[in-house]
Design a protein around this ligand. Structure first.
Ligand SMILES: [Zn+2]
Length: 442
């Protein structure tokens, strides 16, 4: 008798990873896992599925992972204009104060709105950079049937004020406890920025997070490097290493744009990953990121949230390709750097390595986070990886499967009523949020 499974996806081409593509393939899903992959005729013979999704006219590929997103900055879209953008530093003057002004309800809708945009464009997993309201974010993940890592915005020094370390640590502890068995929500630790944390908070976080995972903004701002050299007598990552925060595994450094050669060597030696945000890194920090990755530190890509980017990682990959190549052409006349294959890996399997999760590949035993993509806009798709990185956007994503469940089918959400949510945001949330923005930037 044939094996009973939940879902079989039948595709024209199946991209298993950046290095393996099969034709006329099928993917078998049971529960939240991929259990088999192979030739469609053999798979159909071997398994009996509750549902078969026929996508012979499409490509099946691993879902993308956003390694650095601020889900609660979504309502700042189009606020950070050319007048505001040069105001230093943007994060202490606009981004953090804005997040602090949100109510829990507004934070929930911002999170949900972000998740809708992310999932529609093929993002099946993400790492929140540090949400002021992690509970509403977790609720949004569960409501949409998404999956990701929640972190609470963590700092104890802000504009001359000092907050209670115990209270901060307890908040993350409670979050860890609440979601410890949850299949959709994982909880990690975060540090907002070296300039905003005391050594006491750092040492408490080190104990709490050692086997859990941490992410922090680092090497994103020249003032931060000067601060670290003044306070610790060393650069930011060297200071983090001296404080032993680099013992926490896994670690995702957000931005890491201003890493010295020694800091890059340290990142490699300590097995830390970097998340680059092509749009915001290029706009705010210049175009030299990537070119200095001479130690081949594992990297993934992040949108940096909806305040500055579209949340469509395929657009981020195109910006990375353009900016990265442009830089190496300018410096050493090398057009072959930062290949499409490297960028595809950054969106998929590198993120799995960075977060230490079985995601980013279509392989038995991996979590069933995958997407299908319409190829009509991409023909002739002679080299699928090149085609996707150079020509596809999130608008080409047709179906999205997260944790084995079909969340979007034929571009329509099955888990939420998207129109209804957008209506609620329009009618009840936006006018209140707009008042707060006007107050903030006047
Ligand atoms: Zn950030």
């Amino acid at each position: 008798m044939a094996n009973e499974v939940d879902l079989i996806l039948v595709g024209g081409k199946v991209i298993l990873s950046s290095s393996t593509i099969i034709n006329n393939g099928a993917v078998v899903i049971k529960g939240n896992k991929i259990v088999d992959v192979g030739n469609m005729d053999k798979i159909i013979e071997r398994y009996k599925a509750m549902e078969i999704l026929d996508r012979k006219d499409s490509i099946i590929l691993p879902g993308f992972t956003d390694c650095h997103v601020h889900t609660q900055q979504m309502f700042l879209r189009s606020v950070i204009n050319d007048k505001l953008l040069p105001m230093p530093p943007l994060w202490t003057e606009v981004l953090i104060p804005f997040e602090k002004k949100l109510t829990e309800e507004e934070a929930y809708y911002s999170s949900l709105f972000s998740l809708i945009q992310m999932i529609k464009s093929g993002v099946t997993y993400f790492l929140e950079a540090g949400a002021p309201y992690p509970e509403p974010l977790a609720k949004a993940i569960l409501d949409i049937s998404g999956s990701g890592i929640v972190t609470k915005a963590t700092y104890d020094i802000y504009k001359g004020e000092k907050y209670d370390v115990k209270e901060i640590i307890n908040a993350t502890k409670a979050l860890i406890e609440k979601y410890k068995e949850n299949e959709h929500v994982d909880v990690w630790c975060s540090i907002r920025q070296l300039m905003m944390v005391s050594d006491e908070l750092i040492s408490n976080l080190r104990e709490l997070c050692v086997d859990r995972g941490i992410t922090y903004h680092l090497g994103e701002y020249q003032g931060e490097v000067d601060f670290s050299l003044t306070k610790y007598g060393m650069r930011p990552l060297e200071a983090m290493d001296a404080l032993k925060i680099t013992n926490i595994k896994p670690t995702v450094i957000a931005h890491g744009v201003y890493l010295s050669t020694e800091e890059q060597r340290l990142a490699k030696e300590r097995n830390l990953s970097i998340s680059w945000s092509p749009t915001s890194d290029s706009i705010l920090m210049g175009n030299h990121w990537l070119a200095f990755n001479q130690y081949n530190v594992n990297f993934c890509l992040g949108s940096d949230g909806g305040a500055l980017s579209t949340l469509d990682l395929l657009i981020e990959a195109k910006i990375a390709r353009g900016v990265g190549k442009s830089l190496s052409v300018s410096l050493v006349y090398d057009k072959a750097s930062l290949t499409s294959k490297a960028l595809f890996s950054a969106l998929t399997e590198n993120a799995g390595i960075a977060l230490n999760k079985k995601i980013g590949k279509i392989e038995p035993g991996y979590i069933a986070n995958l997407i299908t993509m319409d190829v009509r806009n991409l023909i002739p798709l002679i080299d699928p990886i090149e085609g996707i990185i150079s020509f596809a956007t999130g608008a080409d994503v047709k179906d999205v499967i997260i944790n084995g469940k079909v969340v979007i089918k034929d571009r329509k959400f099955l888990t939420i009523n998207e129109l209804d949510i957008m209506q609620r945001v329009n009618d009840n949330i936006l006018s209140r949020v707009k008042d707060k923005i006007v107050e903030l930037i006047k």
